[in-house]
Write a protein that binds this ligand. Structure first.
Ligand code: GLU
Length: 481
């Protein structure tokens, strides 16, 4: 038996990668990093009806985009493959047979109708349903009879009644009364394994040492431990993470906002911000510095310090954090990421240099990349709508300012930011000295004429991006109002 630390994320591809699964993946990844272990991806696609290839692709792409690269998995292979459950179907019956031979499991010939009847009976008597064990001791003759009738058996695990105790890495000691579990099916009558059986066989054969997953799986854990024990296998350590709840404390769902990693990305969230944000759901850095890369988090990470309670998914905090990442990001990289959000504009109007400049002067207030859409229309096209600023532009002050601006700007060098800055400064100072106009008012008039708005990005930046000709044409149009 190897002592190597081996952890896994085992998503079922019945939907796009959920942000909660991303957090579970992250905590597994961090644990492996910290302990010098391996992080494994296994696709649990035994539910053929709900599995879709597009979901499998989405899981791969999202985990990669988040930087959670796996050491072994369906695409990269590894010593203990295959890593896709549907390719492992021939493995499970062998282990079911071992359990049958050892008396830890038995064939169940009950029909769905018979089982339904048992359940109804339990409801009538106000009792929690557990299987009656009707098929535990059937005679060989009865068995023959069932086969003749064309029945196909499922295989049930015979649950030993006892107090089962395990030490959860996150929640501490947990106790279960296994008599409440009931003999559960491990192989369905169609020959496919159930989740609780397949997961144990796979984790056992893949030598998974620690299972870190959501607490929605706690009720499965005693069943899984009983199977390990019956097979004489080493029981891995378990750690169950609190759930992620919406701000209203209900289950996080689409009605609260995006829930799939790829939907957050479509909304303009950066994967670096997303992964940083989910790390803080249940874990806190020792130095209270919240903005951290995954590598920095890995150094500080201790599984024992994960909070055992539920965490609230604060969209506001994610927005703040995303904004922090946007402010700090390398401008060329940020421009690349923003381009897909600017499909409404003809980007060929601006050189790459000007596009980067536009991103640089408009990124400050952004919380998501998508937000930029509403802040940049005046960088494109010939004209800007002036309806909103008509009143402002037709005051005597504005007319006076724009007149002078047109006259002076002809001679200014719009490619030299420093000079342009000084020229504007002088214009403001002169109007203040000669007419008593506030510098702010002078700038408003120019901004309104050139952008059709009263606020926005840095004016010098805007003027250099638009260039002299367009600025003068727009100002003249504003003058003509
Ligand atoms: N396929 C299971 C799920 O997506 C994995 C459960 C586990 O980690 O054991 O919930």
């Amino acid at each position: 038996m190897t002592d190597e630390i081996r952890v896994r994320i085992a998503p079922s591809p019945s939907g796009n990668l959920h942000i909660g699964t991303a957090r579970t993946a992250l905590f597994n990844y961090l644990f492996a990093k910290k302990e010098g272990g391996k992080f494994i991806l296994r696709i649990e696609d035994t539910d053929a009806e709900r599995t879709k290839q597009e979901y499998i692709d989405n899981i791969f792409d999202s985990l990669k985009a988040l930087g959670l690269n796996w050491d072994e998995g369906p695409d990269v292979g590894g010593e203990y493959g295959p890593y896709t459950q549907s390719e492992r179907f021939d493995i499970y019956p062998k282990y079911a047979q071992i359990l049958l031979d050892k008396g830890y499991a038995y064939e169940c010939w009950c029909t769905n109708e018979e089982l339904e009847q048992e359940k109804e009976e339990a409801v009538k008597n106000h009792k929690a349903y557990v299987y009656s064990r009707k098929c535990l001791n059937i005679t060989p003759e009865q068995r023959e009879q069932y086969i003749k009738e064309g029945r196909k058996p499922s295989i049930r695990f015979k649950v030993e009644h006892k107090e089962l105790i395990f030490n959860d890495m996150v929640k501490g000691e947990l106790k279960f009364d296994t008599s409440l579990i009931g003999d559960f099916v491990i192989m369905k009558s169609n020959g496919t394994p159930t989740y609780n059986f397949a997961v144990v066989i796979d984790d056992m054969l893949m030598k998974i040492s620690h299972i870190i997953r959501g607490e929605d799986h706690i009720s499965n854990t005693p069943k899984q431990i009983l199977i390990y024990e019956a097979l004489g296998a080493k029981v891995p350590e378990f750690g169950h993470l609190g759930m992620i709840l919406a701000p209203d404390r209900s289950k996080l769902s689409k009605r609260h906002g995006a829930t799939a990693v790829s939907d957050f990305v479509k909304e303009g969230y950066l994967t670096d911000a997303l992964i940083n944000f989910v790390a803080l759901l249940g874990w806190a850095p020792s130095d209270s510095v919240e903005i951290k890369t995954v590598d920095e988090i890995a150094k500080d990470f201790r599984i024992k310090e994960i909070s055992s309670s539920n965490s609230i998914f604060e969209y506001d905090k994610l927005n703040w954090m995303n904004g922090q990442y946007i402010k700090k990001m390398d401008i060329s990289k940020l421009t690349d990421m923003i381009i897909p959000f600017l499909s409404d504009y003809d980007l060929s109007e601006l050189s790459r240099e000007k596009l980067e400049k536009m991103v640089e002067i408009t990124r400050e207030p952004l919380t998501t990349l998508k937000d930029i859409q509403k802040d940049v229309p005046y960088f494109f096209g010939e004209d800007v709508p002036l309806d909103e600023v008509k009143e402002l532009l037709t005051t005597e002050l504005s007319k006076n300012v724009l007149n002078k601006f047109i006259e002076l700007a002809q001679k200014w060098d719009f490619t030299n930011e420093q000079e342009l800055h000084d020229d504007l400064q002088k214009l403001r100072d002169d109007f203040k000295a000669n007419f008593g106009y506030k510098p702010k008012e002078t700038m408003w008039a120019i901004r309104a004429a050139v952008t059709g708005r009263t606020r926005g990005a840095d004016m010098v930046g805007i003027l250099t991006i638009l260039g002299k000709d367009k600025v003068l044409r727009r100002t003249k149009k504003a003058m003509a109002l």
